[in-house]
Design a protein around this ligand. Structure first.
Ligand SMILES: [Fe+2]
Ligand SMILES: [Fe+2]
Length: 200
């Protein structure tokens, strides 16, 4: 199954599609971001040779990782300039909100961990739970790499989209916070994304 097929497959699951539609109706840019991160995660899962169930689970989790942003005021979510301290605090509630939205549904603990913990850092400096490396599961680390990279190659109101190789250098500079072995394994995808960005 190709990366694109994995995303299409995940979108055909009614509960995934339903929650992603909540994001779509709220904010198109966040919806696009979720699709991008899911595409990256699907490609990454396959490159790493994960089993098909793991590929599916990772793709589904990536699609909904930012569900909680559908409850963040748009004035903060799409603010065209730097967020102030209060706004950052509000923005940083999105993993817990997303987790709350899904926790009573029929989702695996792995899926819920991705939604809640994708902004954790290996050195414990992330949020919302200041988890350290030994508490951050591999699937969460995978999504974090794809999420950071995806955000960098996207166009934002306040900056141009970075080319894949520029975004990759930033990922590499985050050694100690994100899993650098995974970052190394991600390089071929980063290069492929660079080609897309250059052509656009
Ligand atoms: Fe997020
Ligand atoms: Fe994200």
């Amino acid at each position: 199954m190709s990366g694109a097929d994995l995303v299409v497959d995940a979108l055909q699951k009614a509960d995934i599609r339903g929650w992603l539609d909540v994001v779509w109706h709220f904010d198109d840019a966040t919806h696009q971001h979720c699709l991008l991160v899911a595409g990256l995660a699907a490609g990454f899962a396959q490159q790493l040779g994960l089993s098909e169930p793991d590929c599916r689970q990772l793709t589904q989790a990536a699609l909904l990782h930012d569900l909680g942003k559908s409850r963040i005021p748009l004035a903060i979510l799409n603010k065209p300039s730097r967020l102030d301290a209060n706004e950052i605090a509000v923005m940083r509630t999105h993993p817990v909100i997303g987790h709350e939205m899904l926790r009573n549904g029929d989702f695996s603990d792995t899926m819920l961990a991705v939604v809640r913990s994708h902004h954790e850092a290996l050195d414990g400096s992330g949020y919302p739970d200041n988890l350290r490396a030994d508490r951050i599961p591999d699937i969460v680390r995978l999504v974090t790499v794809c999420d950071v990279f995806g955000a960098l190659i996207e166009r934002r109101p306040y900056r141009r989209p970075l080319a894949g190789n520029e975004a990759y250098e930033i990922l590499r500079s985050m050694d100690g916070k994100i899993d650098i072995d995974l970052v190394r394994a991600f390089q071929p995808l980063a290069e492929a994304a660079g080609t897309v960005a250059d052509a656009a």
